[in-house]
Design a protein around this ligand. Structure first.
Ligand code: FMN
Length: 234
């Protein structure tokens, strides 16, 4: 038997299940208010903690906020955003050009079309952006921090942790939205949560049960063809 020459079977049950979970995860911008049971939250965050990291440093520190504390954070974020009191720990990316810019516009257009925001309706666009600071009405938000002394390598670890978390949420029938917009008000967020300034906030992840009736759930983002982003050397 020449097993090594055979292509891997495509429809092994775990592989199909994994592909389905990855495909089902999407950024949801409308949540139902019902909280996720504590035991399920603990299970999901335990799974997320299995993410790999350089030297197993596990550089993520997650503040999980719910209930009355989340209501306070929402009010604070909205007030900071309305006053434009930006105070990010991580500089805002201004370098999107070419294909990156086109993809960014594509994602925004998908959301605006799904939610009926007109191309030139500046007020509606602004209102759509401000929904970030309502955390899209999610019952929970995970604000993800790392020690300020770390750099790009550990930020990559955080990305792996965050995706593991979001896939775990999807696998358990829950929805999420990663939000770099939260990081725009990192200073105020840390003051509100009593977090020292030696931690930096990369982004937040709002999560809960999706409100499937919310029009934003119809926004579908596309991915570049494989050949555009995968360079092979045989
Ligand atoms: C680190 C990170 C930050 C993001 N920040 C925001 C955000 O602030 N607000 C928002 O609505 N979506 C945000 N997104 C969601 C992206 O727009 C979304 O992942 C992308 O358009 C692909 O769509 P999908 O997640 O539905 O597949 C963020 C995604 C990531 C990974």
């Amino acid at each position: 038997m020449t097993a090594s020459a055979d292509p891997p079977p495509l429809f092994l049950e775990p592989a199909a299940a994994f592909a389905k979970i990855v495909a089902e995860r999407r950024s949801v911008r409308g949540f139902r208010p019902d909280p996720v049971p504590d035991a399920l939250i603990e299970r999901i965050f335990t799974i997320a903690g299995q993410a790999p990291s350089n030297c197993n440093a596990q550089p993520w520190i997650t503040h999980l906020v719910s209930g009355a504390s989340l209501a306070r954070i929402r009010a604070m974020l909205r007030a900071e955003a309305e006053a434009k009191r930006f105070d990010p720990d991580v500089p805002v990316t201004t370098a999107y050009a070419g294909a990156y810019k086109a993809r960014r516009i594509g994602a925004a257009v998908a959301l605006f079309e799904a939610t009926g925001v007109g191309r030139d309706d500046e007020a509606a666009r602004q209102a759509s952006t401000m929904r970030n600071f309502d955390l899209f009405d999610a019952p929970h938000a995970a604000f993800i921090f790392m020690p300020r002394v770390f750099g790009m390598r550990e930020a990559a670890d955080i990305g792996m942790y965050a995706q593991t978390l979001m896939l775990a949420l999807t696998a358990h029938g829950l929805a999420s939205c990663p939000q770099a917009a939260i990081g725009l008000f990192a200073g105020a967020l840390k003051r509100e949560l009593g977090i020292a300034d030696d931690l930096i906030c990369l982004f937040g992840i709002s999560f809960g049960r999706a409100d499937e009736a919310h029009p934003s759930c119809n926004a579908i983002t596309r991915r570049a063809p494989l050949a555009e982003l995968l360079v092979r050397h045989d």
